[in-house]
Design a protein around this ligand. Sequence first.
Ligand code: 5GP
Ligand code: ZN
Length: 119
Amino acid sequence: MTDCLFCRMVAGEIPADVVHETERTLAFRDINPQAPTHVLVIPKDHHATAGLLVGADPELLAEVVAAAHAVAVQEGLATESAPEPGYRLVFNSGPAAGQTVHHVHGHVLGGRDLGWPPG
Ligand code: 5GP
Ligand code: ZN
């Protein structure tokens, strides 16, 4: 039993709208979408941030990024070889970035002009 929301989704204790899954990653739609496509991609193992994950298991961070790109292709935001129309992959880390769930997750955002810089 864990109190981590995303670990509980991996365990199937909390429902998730899953759009992509591999042996070690899970991707599901954000409950409060900020763009037409807003999918969260996580490693099934618990690590708090991308920076901690890359130190502990760099291959797993690469798998999360590969899964994020696969989601973008699936959602029509990119092809295997070209970033058109394009998407954003964001890892919020720590309080200044507004991280609220302390299980590393990449936000895949797309389907509108996302603008830059972010607010
Ligand atoms: P953070 O601010 O930590 O980078 O992002 C956490 C994200 O998790 C937010 O975009 C928030 O909407 C999403 N979220 C929080 N609770 C749930 C939930 O129960 N289900 C889903 N699918 N997303 C959630
Ligand atoms: Zn967790």
